[in-house]
Design a protein around this ligand. Sequence first.
Ligand code: IVH
Length: 714
Amino acid sequence: MKKKHKNSNFRAQLRMMDVNESTRFYLDNSKQLLEKLNNITFLKENIELLRNLIRFHEQRYYVMNNPLLADAEFDQLYAALVKLENENPNLITIDSPTQRVGPGFTKQFRTVPHLVPMLSLENSYNAEDLIEWNRKAKELSGLPFLNFCVEPKFDGASISLVYENDLLVRGATRGDGVAGEDITLNLKQIKSIPLSAAFSTYGIQQVEIRGEVLINKENFRKYNEQLAEQNLPPLANPRNAASGSLRMKDAKLVGKRKLEAFIYHIAYVQYNDNKKEIPSHSKSLEMLWNLGFRSPVNEKMIFNKIDDVISFCAEYEAKRDTLPYEIDGLVIKVDELKMQDKLGMTTHHPRWAIAYKFKARQSTSKLLQVEFQVGRTGSITPVAKIKPVPIGGVMVASISLHNEEFIREKDIRIGDSLLVERAGDVIPYIVKSFAEVRNGEEQQIVFPQNCPSCNANLIKTEEEAVWRCPNSHCAAQIVERMIHFTSKDAMDIRGLGDANIRKFYALGWLKEIPDIYHLPFDLMKTMEGFGAKSVDNLKDAIDKSKTQPLYRLINALGIRFVGETTAKGLSQHIDHLLDLQKFDNESLQKLEDVGVKVAQSIFQYFNDEENIVMLRKLESAGLQLNSIKKQSAEGNLTGKSFLFTGTLLKMKRSEAEEKVEANGGKILSGVSSKLDYLVVGEDAGSKLEKAKKIASIQILTEDEFIELVTVTTL
Ligand code: IVH
């Protein structure tokens, strides 16, 4: 029996508090409860507190779009309530958060009802949870075993699409599960959502399908790079980027965000007379795929033993970071649709599906202090030192705060509680500070006016968001330049890591880069912690670096805006590094990949006498300053340049680029009149638009490209 519950006591306590106090109250209680989730007696006695905490966090998450707990922490609270109520049905109240799907709208878009409620998923975190779920499902189904379809749990924004008579008539967010926000116009901008689909060939007159809108990791990284170029702080993760993009007022801008949609569920179908039965979920994914949707049909796996599902979950989690998009787990679904019907749903989730959640990558922590680090180009980066927390298996103690603007925009203060995230290969990020729970002891972060290393007055130009130390002799800059010089993608001197460079600098052995080639190895061997063997290895690595190809040396010099690609291009145009002294701004800009900013920076570098003296010292030390030009392969593409845009479906971009090079062609990094061919994959963006305006560029589809390289290879 569900009973009504009296909240009066709790409310009375809250009435006495102001907003900040009550928020702190909720947060403190949540944290305390999270520590006591194993104490069933305590939980039972405090079940109404637990419910109120969940209600509060739902409100923060769904309505205010401003959560105060990490997702996994909320999930733990929710799971504890579900378990408690399952074990003690007499404690269930009609207004318990487990009895509905959760509130939530913003006011911007019209609200539309879903044809059937958009439910959530039950979560599982380990093998035991899955075994128990399987036991219950088998019991309810009356079958000795079930077939499971396992697919990725996409970490984006969930959407619902309605097609009537083969036409997309409506697209909505999840909202409160019963009704969502009408974002049809925005969803129509996403290329992987067909505006019409031949559902009628399956006898379907009206259908509501569900899926997830994502931005892939590569596009997310590029988007953050664009933000950085405009001196704007990055977005925390692809999920926020996707859900933020979906709610933009200007639909045209949505199209520019390179969003993708995976469709993974048919929620409601109304047939006409030619009904074609779909027997299973996996077949429905196939149907969706055939109709032009991006369903996870290629990602799915079918099993009939839960043990195999469990092993698969572990294997998949291990390769999570290699996927092109973020997933936060897997979804295990009973495959036969008749069985799904038999198992049915609760008000919260279907009993025929369960999510297997991967290790959480968000956590809360506290900002202890801020350090200001000087980069090799003098940029000053504020770095947050936080109370160390494990996130996704890695201990996180330091996180970049990017620049002053980021700190001001997020209103981050020393002593603040923080929400911290480390999404896959994305570097740790401070999602937000919890301003509401401040106790008044927090302090503003004061940006220094002088370099923390050499005390020079810091400067900031109009176009930049970063402060810089203008003193190129600044100790911190010199050390950072040496660290970059020896790094893996540059001269790759193993054994001379950050710590040794700092140590040797302090000893006076390394005053500038060429000193790396005159280290006193005999003396080093007498020092504590330096065995003869490791010193010999270091000496070998240093000697070996002398013959690194010129492009690596150019990259190693740390010239602003000159990375590996530009370095490779430059080395192809010169016979000797010092030839670059002869190039002026204009001639530099004629080179591929060299724009105004890059040309200016190269010009400045090679017109600074100090740099030339240093390069001569490197040459005397035996370094290779001559360019050994890559004998580009001869082939039918010799002299032709290529660029790829959008997602290729039949091969990886790197493979396609290799094919071009193997046939003597070149890869460019941007659209310009120097480009011969633009190969266009799925969801091509601005490059295509730009290329269309240059008549000399030939635009190829992926198939045309394959034909071209296949013919030329023969
Ligand atoms: S099935 C009625 N499949 O996860 C069952 N959901 O945490 C409908 N999600 O609200 C859900 N990938 O937004 C399903 N392959 C997948 C999914 C998936 C991501 C999302 C979905 C759901 C949420 C629950």
